[in-house]
Write a protein that binds this ligand. Structure first.
Ligand SMILES: Cc1cc2nc3c(=O)[nH]c(=O)nc-3n(C[C@H](O)[C@H](O)[C@H](O)COP(=O)(O)OP(=O)(O)OC[C@H]3O[C@@H](n4cnc5c(N)ncnc54)[C@H](O)[C@@H]3O)c2cc1C
Ligand SMILES: Cc1cc2nc3c(=O)[nH]c(=O)nc-3n(C[C@H](O)[C@H](O)[C@H](O)COP(=O)(O)O)c2cc1C
Ligand code: SF4
Length: 639
C-alpha cells in the first residue's frame, strides 16, 4: 500500500491547520441561483469535505454588483446566512474552507451593458474580444473597499481564509501585467504602481476583517502572453505578495487568452508545476501547484521531491469526491479517474451547472444516491461499455445479483477504441477502473456471449439493462465495401492497418482523432480528411475543439470541408465540392461518419411478461461516455 505520507501530512498556514496538503482548487460550479448558495452547492462541497480534502477553496464569489453571470454574491450581508450553511457543512468533516474573491471581470462579452468588460486599460488581449473599459480611479478605490467588505462578510460567514483570484488574465492579473496595464496614474507604470491595487486590497481586507486574516493568492506562473509577465516577473510578484503578508501562494497556469492549452488531455501530466517549483525556491511561504496532476501518488511525489508544499486538484475531485479518503485507505483502484475531457469546463463556459463524464453524481449528490434495494433481483446487464459497466457496478452495490454479458472477448465496449490514442489514456484508465469494480463488486461476467431473446426466455431475469451501444454507419457510396476500406474504430484498436496515403471520410471527433493518432503514433504524413460540413470537429466541446484543430493544422493534415464523397475506388476517393469533382489518391480509406443505435435486443425483449427492460447509453440514443454513464447509473437505481 502506498503511504502517501507527504500528501497526507498536516501543514499550518498562519493560524490555520490543515489536516493534509490537498487543496480542492476553485471551480465555478454554477450551482448557485441568483447569486445565492443553494442546497445543491452545499452538498457538492460537503461531500468533498467528507471525502477528506484538507482545504477547499470555493470558486468565484464576486465582491460587486452587477457582475458577469458566473459566481456567487459576496457584495451584500444578505448572502451571509447561506454562506454560513456552506462553511458549516464542510467544517463538520474537518476541512478548512477558503473563498475565492474576484470582481466584475474583463472576459464579459459586451461593452456598455451591466456586465461590461473592464480592466486597467482599454487593451485587447484577443482578436474579436470587445475592448475593456479602463476603470477610473474612483472605481478602483471602490473595488478596494468592496474587497474589504467582502472579506469581513466571508469571515462572518465562517470562511477560514480568503483566496484572491489573481491569475488567468482576470482583472488583477491584468493590473500586474505591463501588457494590459498602460495607465499613467498611480495604478500603472512602475512595478510598484501596477501592484498598488493588490496592496490596497490586502490592506483593506485586513482593516475590515482583522489583521490575522489568512490571505492566499492565486497567481499565474507566467502569463504566456507576448509582452506579459514571464516566470522571472512572477518570482518578483510572489516576493511582493510575501512582503504584503500573503500566507500561501497557489501558482497556476497562464491566461485564458494566451492560445496555449493548459488543462486539456493533450497537455502532459503535471506539465506546469515547474513554475511553482521555481517560485517556491525564491520565497519563504508555502506554494501549491497543480493542473493535470491526476492522482494522489503523483501529488505525493511532487511534495516528496520538494517541488511544492501542497497540491491542488480541481477536476480529479469533481470526478471523485472521495479521492482523498480512498487514497488514505490505500484504495487507489477505487478512485474514479478524471479523463481531462473538459466537459465540466465546457459547462462552466456556457454558465450551466457543471457535470462530469465519469461521475454521474457530481452536482447531483442530492438526487443520485446508491441506496440498498428493497428486494434482491436477478439483473442482467447486456454490453460492457461505460453504460453497461456503470449500471452493473451500481446495481451490484445496491445488492442485486448481477450478470454482465459481453459478446466480444473483452470488456470495455467503445472505450477500447476511444482510449487507444496515448493522449486519451484517461479514457483507458476509466475503462480499467470500471473493470476492476466489476471484479470487486462480485459481478458475474460472461464474455463471448451474445444475448438474444432465447437467452432471456430461458434464464428469466427480473430485469435486463440493455447497453448494447451503437454500430458504425456505413455510407451508401459506391466502392464502400472495397478491400481498402476500413472502420475508424478498427484502425484505433489495431484490428486493421493502413497504408501510407490515408483518406478519412468524416471529420467529426472520431475522424479527427484517427488523423491525429495516425500522424502522432503511426508516423503517417499523407492524411486527408473529407468532411461534408463547413468545419471539422464540430461535435467536439469548445475547450478541446480549438486544440484539435490546431494540432491537425500543425501536423499538416489536409482538410477538405464541404466535400461530399461520391465514390471509393481501389485507388482512392472521389468527392464533390462546389459542383466540381476532386479525386484523392489513397491506399486506405477510413470510414468515420458516425454511429447509429443498436436497439435490436431491446426490440426483441421489450414487453415480454415478467421482465423489466431498460435501455441505456448509445443503444438508446447515440451520445457520449457521459450520457452512457449517467443513464447506466439511473437505470441501476430503477431496478
Ligand atoms: C473511436 C471512438 C472514440 C470515442 N471518443 C469518445 C470521447 O472522447 N468522449 C466521449 O464521450 N465519447 C467518445 N466516444 C463515444 C463513446 O465511446 C460511446 O458513446 C460510449 O462508449 C457508449 O457507451 P455504451 O455503454 O452505450 O456502449 P458501447 O461502449 O458501445 O458498448 C456496447 C457493448 O455492447 C456489446 N454488445 C452489443 N450487443 C450485444 C449483445 N447482444 N450481447 C452482448 N454484448 C453486446 C458490444 O460488444 C459492446 O462491447 C468514442 C467512440 C469511438 C468509437
Ligand atoms: C469547471 C471548472 C471551473 C473552474 N472555475 C475556476 C474558478 O472559478 N476560479 C479559478 O481560479 N479556477 C477555476 N478553474 C480552474 C481550476 O481551479 C484548476 O486550476 C484547473 O481545472 C486545473 O486543475 P485540474 O487539472 O486539477 O483540474 C476551473 C476549472 C474547471 C474545470
Ligand atoms: S467532466 Fe471530464 S474533465 Fe471534468 S472532471 Fe469529469 S472527467 Fe474530469
Amino acid at each position: 500500500m502506498q503511504e502517501l505520507k507527504h500528501l497526507l501530512s498536516p501543514i499550518k498556514i498562519g493560524k490555520m491547520e490543515l489536516k493534509n496538503r490537498v487543496e480542492f482548487a476553485p471551480v465555478t460550479d454554477n450551482f448557485g441561483i441568483d447569486d445565492y448558495v443553494t442546497d445543491r452547492m452545499i452538498k457538492f462541497y460537503e461531500d468533498r469535505a467528507k471525502g477528506g480534502v484538507g482545504l477547499i477553496n470555493i470558486g468565484f464569489f464576486t465582491v460587486n454588483y452587477p457582475h458577469n453571470p458566473l459566481g456567487i454574491g459576496m457584495y451584500d450581508d444578505m448572502f451571509i446566512p447561506g454562506i454560513r450553511k456552506l462553511t458549516d457543512a464542510c467544517h463538520a468533516y474537518g476541512a478548512k474552507v477558503g473563498v475565492e474573491l474576484t470582481f466584475e471581470e474583463n472576459y464579459a462579452r459586451k461593452r456598455g451593458g451591466p456586465f461590461e468588460p473592464i480592466g486597467p486599460s482599454a487593451v485587447s488581449t484577443r482578436e474579436g474580444r470587445p475592448l475593456p473599459r479602463a476603470l477610473t480611479i474612483a472605481e478602483i478605490e471602490e473595488i478596494v473597499e468592496q474587497f474589504g467588505d467582502s472579506a469581513r462578510r466571508s469571515v462572518e460567514g465562517g470562511f477560514d481564509a480568503i483566496h484572491i483570484l489573481g491569475s488567468a488574465g482576470y482583472p488583477l492579473a491584468q493590473f500586474a501585467s505591463p501588457l494590459t496595464n498602460k495607465r499613467t496614474d498611480k495604478y500603472g507604470g512602475s512595478f510598484e504602481n501596477r501592484m498598488r491595487i493588490h496592496k490596497e486590497i490586502i490592506e483593506s481586507m485586513k482593516k475590515k476583517a482583522g489583521d490575522d486574516l489568512i490571505i492566499t493568492w492565486r497567481m499565474g506562473g507566467q502569463d504566456f502572453m507576448p509582452g506579459g509577465n514571464t516566470l522571472d516577473d512572477s518570482v518578483k510578484i510572489a516576493q511582493y505578495f510575501e512582503k504584503q503578508g500573503v500566507k500561501l501562494l497557489n501558482v497556476t497556469t497562464g491566461w485564458h487568452d494566451s492560445g496555449q492549452p493548459f488543462i486539456q488531455y493533450f497537455v502532459p501530466k503535471a506539465n506546469w508545476i515547474f513554475m511553482g517549483e521555481r517560485i517556491r525556491k525564491n520565497i519563504n511561504i508555502p506554494v501549491i501547484v497543480g493542473t493535470r496532476v491526476l492522482d494522489p501518488i503523483m501529488a505525493d511525489k511532487i511534495i516528496a521531491d520538494g517541488k511544492a508544499d501542497m497540491v491542488y486538484f480541481a477536476r480529479p475531485l469533481i470526478a471523485d469526491a472521495d479521492l482523498i479518503n480512498k487514497a488514505a485507505e490505500g484504495r487507489i483502484d477505487d478512485i474514479v479517474p478524471c479523463t481531462s475531457c473538459c466537459l465540466c469546463f465546457d459547462a462552466w463556459a456556457r454558465t450551466e451547472p457543471i457535470y462530469c463524464q465519469v461521475n454521474a453524481r457530481a452536482g447531483r449528490e442530492l438526487e443520485l444516491n446508491i441506496v440498498p434495494a428493497k428486494k434482491q433481483k436477478k439483473v442482467f446487464v447486456v454490453g460492457s461499455g461505460p453504460g453497461g459497466m456503470e449500471a452493473a457496478r451500481v446495481a451490484g452495490l445496491r445488492g442485486h445479483k448481477v450478470t454482465l454479458f459481453e459478446k466480444s472477448d473483452k470488456l470495455g465496449g467503445a472505450l477500447n477504441a476511444a482510449g487507444t490514442p496515448s493522449v486519451k489514456d484517461g479514457v483507458g484508465y476509466f475503462r480499467d477502473y470500471l473493470i476492476k469494480q466489476m471484479k470487486k463488486g462480485g459481478i458475474e461476467i460472461k464474455l463471448n456471449t451474445e444475448v438474444d431473446n432465447a437467452i432471456i426466455e430461458k434464464e428469466r431475469p427480473d430485469a435486463v439493462i440493455v447497453a448494447t451501444g451503437a454500430t458504425p454507419i456505413i455510407p451508401e457510396i459506391p466502392g464502400v465495401t472495397g478491400k481498402n476500406v476500413v472502420l475508424a474504430a478498427d484502425v484505433l484498436t489495431g484490428k486493421k492497418s493502413v497504408g501510407n496515403k490515408v483518406v478519412i471520410v468524416g471529420g467529426g471527433m472520431v475522424g479527427c482523432e484517427v488523423a491525429d493518432f495516425l500522424h502522432e503514433e503511426k508516423g503517417k504524413t499523407d492524411i486527408t480528411i473529407l468532411e461534408m460540413l463547413p468545419k471539422v470537429a464540430i461535435d467536439v466541446g469548445p475547450t478541446l475543439r480549438w486544440v484539435f484543430r490546431k494540432r491537425l493544422n500543425d501536423f499538416k493534415i489536409k482538410i477538405k470541408t464541404n466535400a461530399r464523397v461520391s465514390e471509393i475506388t481501389d485507388r482512392g476517393v472521389a468527392s464533390v465540392r462546389g459542383g466540381a469533382t476532386e479525386v484523392f489518391d489513397a491506399d486506405t480509406v477510413v470510414i468515420a461518419v458516425g454511429y447509429e443505435p443498436c436497439h435490436k435486443l431491446v426490440r426483441e425483449i421489450e414487453g415480454k411478461a415478467g421482465v423489466s427492460v431498460l435501455a441505456v447509453g448509445d443503444c438508446d440514443k447515440v451520445a457520449r461516455i457521459a450520457e452512457a454513464v449517467e443513464s447506466g447509473f439511473r437505470a441501476a437505481l430503477e431496478v
